[in-house]
Design a protein around this ligand. Structure first.
Ligand code: BTN
Length: 247
């Protein structure tokens, strides 16, 4: 097992909500885990729907000693840890085509279907980082999805045909995260992982749209920003800006 304290709940509105409410009494690397969420939150005010007992629903509380401007890069290392963890539990059951890939910055896909979403929420006290709550939802055994997402969503079960235990996946993700977190804090950023991250980027060297402009995705830079080439000029885009893959 790993050195994380895991606080287990049956039903919560949202593990991120709980983590933020309790952040003042939680330690770095505490994990809020729930079997079910009644008001799971996604990015941009969306809802996140998981199936009770079938999916991984967790929030990781972090209190890193890092400058505020690199906090947004934490989402990138969590996405890498989720991919590493998925590969560990998937062993060789998947081929190269079905390798977990990242849709920068928050989603993990297997064969073009979203199996994981990440929602990072932080509190800053001036220049200081109060806390970072990273919510991770992984579709593990779900085989049916809400009609609003059914074309885009998948799970480990639907994509790899594997029955994976949630606890095993959680353990592997946390082990992988630990290694990334240590290096991230040591290097004060994601510069140590740009090449391995780019090798997992769904849109690497492919056409993408950013605010209706078509460009070519050239991967992340050392600050974790996405580099997009428009008419031979590279522009960087920050997490939060809209980027879609060209069809
Ligand atoms: C997204 O893709 O929009 C992000 C989804 C994040 C969902 C997870 S599930 C655990 C944690 N608690 C929440 O309410 N949301 C995150």
């Amino acid at each position: 097992m790993n050195n994380y304290r895991i606080l287990r709940y049956d039903t919560l509105e949202s593990t991120n909500k709980k983590a933020k409410e309790c952040a003042h009494i939680l330690k770095d690397k505490d994990v809020i885990l729930a079997k079910e969420q009644t008001a799971g939150r996604g990015r941009m005010g969306r809802t996140w729907i998981s199936q009770r007992g079938a999916d991984l629903i967790m929030s990781l509380v972090l209190k890193p000693k890092i400058p505020a401007e690199i906090v947004s890069q934490i989402t990138l290392i969590v996405a890498m840890a989720v991919c590493d963890g998925l590969e560990k539990v998937g062993k060789n059951a998947y081929d190269r085509e079905a390798r977990p890939l990242i849709k920068w910055p928050n989603d993990v896909l297997i064969s073009s279907k979203k199996v994981c979403g990440i929602l990072t929420e932080s509190l800053f006290m001036g220049e200081r980082v109060g806390y970072v709550v990273v919510g991770v939802g992984v579709n593990v055994s779900s085989e049916e999805f809400h009609f609003s997402i059914e074309k885009k969503a998948g799970s480990i079960k639907t994509q790899w045909g594997l029955d994976i235990k949630i606890e095993k996946l959680l353990d592997e993700i946390l082990k992988a995260f630990d290694k990334h977190y240590e290096r991230f804090v040591e290097c004060q950023g994601v510069k140590y992982l740009t090449d391995s991250y780019n090798s997992r980027l769904v849109s690497f060297n492919k056409e993408v749209f950013v605010k209706d402009r078509k460009g070519i995705c050239r991967g992340i830079n050392e600050k974790g920003e996405l580099m997009v080439e428009f008419d031979d000029e590279i522009e960087t885009i920050c997490a939060g800006e809209i980027m879609t893959e060209a069809k």
